[in-house]
Design a protein around this ligand. Structure first.
Ligand code: PLZ
Length: 450
């Protein structure tokens, strides 16, 4: 880092207000959508075809000048805000200094500094090491490599409804077939699935749900063959499933007992999203390894694996790496994003967002019986929808409510194994006025659809 820091604007320059043309999306987006259809593989879907021109804070502005309220953060990425001023300044400075060397060839300070920050910020005060990668899936792959190298064992245990990525190994670890796995096999071997704690559906205490999972692992995998247990402390794509209290601590204790590596996939939950810096902290669970990505660098592609020094240092010298992992521009962005999290106390902001949103969501649940549950923590919140008569998952209604929100200029996402969960992941810097307006739009969407 040089001594001269460029002037940083105090806040986003994109006006923090919703604005919609008629029709929406407008003509410029429609033209780009037609070009997209002729150029981009159809496998890469588009949820809301408003092509973005610039973004900031809690607003996305499209090429027609429409301004959308962002309740998605690009899938839990722009927690510090889109184009966060300090991130922009750090990236500009770094990109002008040098763009790439490959850390494995000629190293640079920012990579080391990010690892120091990860070692300091992740749960537990034991001796830690980190390694950096490009995407969440790549971090999960490397956590598995490290755990196998450390234990000399092959088997990896994952859970029902899990999402860990789209590469071959992580597709095997991901539970849901459509759209992630259909037609893309055969998948990597030695992946075993155990039942998750899903209080709404199993009614079990955390301890009982853990006993059920541990029995499956003991009988169907074999305790002394398990290299790693990999679990999302709150499941993301699988439906914002919050395990019952006691489930994660019991699994961590079991992993310790059988000599397996306990890996917390905090890719979606990490970096203040749930009101703690990491979701594991909520139950003071200390994982052996933590995978991070998404919120780590304000939108630049960076991921990490952090954990016990003796586990992380198991692979031989040269056994971990990649051309771009921990690219200097992404590392500069991460350091700036972490400074922003500290300066603005974004964990507290996530708790404030929960305090505003949960009462409104509960009011909606009281009014619309299709809402079976309001759940989540911090600014990682969701409602699960079912047919009130049959209690069957209401995927159609979930999609319709979300689409209605999109038409009103509110970016909402869905998730869940059954596609019946509407999830909310606003940037942690979203102004209160936009939060309230987004909730009003959501209420209108239920009134119009449910
Ligand atoms: N682990 C817990 O949430 C990414 C996927 C979006 P990558 N989730 C969003 C999609 O449809 O592809 C995720 C996650 C958890 C791993 C990943 C994978 O992270 O950066 O997308 O590879």
């Amino acid at each position: 880092m040089t001594a001269t820091t460029p002037a940083v604007p105090a806040a986003s320059t994109v006006p923090q207000e919703r604005r919609l043309s008629t029709p929406f999306p407008g003509p410029a987006s429609r033209a780009l959508l037609a070009r997209r259809d002729g150029a981009v593989a159809r496998g890469v879907g588009v949820m809301l075809p408003a092509f973005v021109a610039r973004a900031g804070g809690g607003v996305l502005e499209d090429v027609d000048g429409n301004r959308l309220i962002d309740f998605g953060s690009g899938i839990a990425v722009t927690s510090v805000g889109n184009a966060a001023p300090e991130v922009v300044a750090a990236v500009q400075e770094q990109v002008a200094a040098f763009t790439h060397t490959c850390f494995m060839i000629t190293p640079y300070e920012a990579y080391v500094a990010v690892c120091e920050e990860l070692n300091r910020r992740t749960p537990g005060d034991h001796e830690k090491r980190s390694a950096l990668f490009n995407s969440g899936a790549e971090a999960v792959e490397n956590a598995v490599k490290i755990a196998r190298s450390h234990t000399g064992r092959d088997s990896v245990v994952v859970f029902d409804h899990a999402y860990h990525g789209r590469t071959n190994l992580t597709m095997a670890m991901t539970a849901k077939n459509m759209p992630y796995k259909h037609g893309f096999g055969p998948f990597a071997g030695e992946i075993y699935r155990a039942p998750m704690s899903y209080p709404l559906h199993d009614g079990l205490s955390g301890e009982d749900a853990a006993r059920r999972a541990i029995s499956v692992i003991d009988k169907q995998v074999g305790a002394d063959e398990v290299a790693a247990l990999v679990v999302e402390p709150i499941q993301g794509e699988g439906g914002f499933v919050v395990p019952a209290p006691g489930f994660l601590p019991a699994l961590a204790a079991y992993a310790r007992e059988i000599g397996a590596v306990f890996v917390a996939d905090e890719i979606q939950t990490g970096f203040c999203r749930t009101g703690d810096v990491f979701a594991c902290e909520h139950e003071t669970v200390v994982p052996d390894l933590v995978t991070t990505a998404k919120g780590i660098a304000g939108g630049l592609p960076l991921a990490g694996v952090t954990g016990r020094a003796e586990v992380m240092d198991a692979p031989h010298v040269g056994g971990l790496g990649g051309t771009y992992g921990g690219n200097p521009v992404t590392c500069a962005a991460a350091l700036a994003a972490m400074r922003t999290m500290d300066a603005l106390d974004l964990a507290a902001r996530a708790r404030e967002i929960e305090a505003v949103m949960v009462p409104r969501l509960r009011e909606l649940a009281a009014r619309f019986p299709a809402i079976r549950e309001v759940r989540g923590r911090g600014a990682m919140l969701a409602v699960e929808l079912a047919d009130p008569a049959t209690v069957e998952p209401a995927a159609g209604l979930t999609g319709a409510v979300s689409k209605h929100c999109h038409g009103e200029g509110l970016v909402t996402l869905t998730c869940g194994t059954y596609g019946n969960v509407l999830r909310f992941l606003p940037p942690l810097v979203i102004p209160r006025t936009l939060l309230d307006e987004g909730l009003d739009i959501l209420e209108g969407a239920f009134a119009a659809t449910a």
